[in-house]
Design a protein around this ligand. Structure first.
Ligand code: GTP
Ligand code: MG
Length: 173
């Protein structure tokens, strides 16, 4: 693949509380696998080629175990991950949303809120409706996924990427 073949290069950053599933979501999306055991992943980001709307793009997706605010700089989009089985997870989402709004002085790039571990239906602390209502009030799109079963993982990234492309084309016109 030649660099000239890419229509877009998009930088996406995953945020969220500890153990919300950031690394597993990334691994599932880029490598198609799920690791059951607790792992410390030794990478900062992963690269994936993606074709959407007949355009080839290169995605650089950052995991946040080692994130520094400086990394936010050139990001096109963020996914804030909550753990549906952790009652404190939303606090962390709010924290990150505020951090981003402060960092970008209100001109925050696209953000999607992802409720992970939807497979653990009996252990969840938030209904879909509650979580969506909160996401709406923060002007974030909300989707639920399971990195474990691979439910909605591809779809969640596609929604984020579509929203990013929409913004880019609005800016250009
Ligand atoms: N049942 C279930 N477990 C999950 C899912 N995603 C992640 N887990 C588990 O949740 C734990 C944390 O997942 P990680 O991907 O390491 O979470 P993280 O957000 O990267 O965690 P830190 O890097 O420590 O902040 C692991 O034990 C995973 O196996 C999911 O969709 N379903
Ligand atoms: Mg991790």
């Amino acid at each position: 693949m030649d660099i000239g073949d890419y229509a877009f290069f998009l930088k996406i950053i995953l945020l969220g509380c500890q153990s919300s599933g950031k690394s597993n979501i990334l691994l599932r999306y880029t490598d198609g696998v799920f690791e059951e055991k607790e792992l410390t992943y030794n990478y900062d980001f992963k690269i994936k080629d993606k074709v959407l709307q007949e355009k080839l793009m290169k995605l650089q997706i950052w995991d946040t175990s080692t994130i520094y605010r400086n990394y936010f700089k050139s990001a096109h989009g963020f996914a804030i991950i909550i753990d549906l089985t952790n009652p404190d997870s939303f606090h962390s989402a709010l924290y990150w949303k505020k951090e981003l709004d402060n960092y970008f002085s209100g001109k925050t790039p696209e953000i999607i809120l992802i409720g992970n571990k939807a497979d653990l239906e009996n252990q969840r602390f938030f209904t879909f409706e509650e979580a969506k209502k909160r996401a709406d009030s923060l002007e974030m799109f909300y989707i639920e996924v399971s990195a474990k079963t691979n439910w909605n993982i591809e779809k969640s990234f596609e929604i984020l990427i579509r929203n990013i492309l929409h913004r880019i084309s609005n800016k250009a016109s």
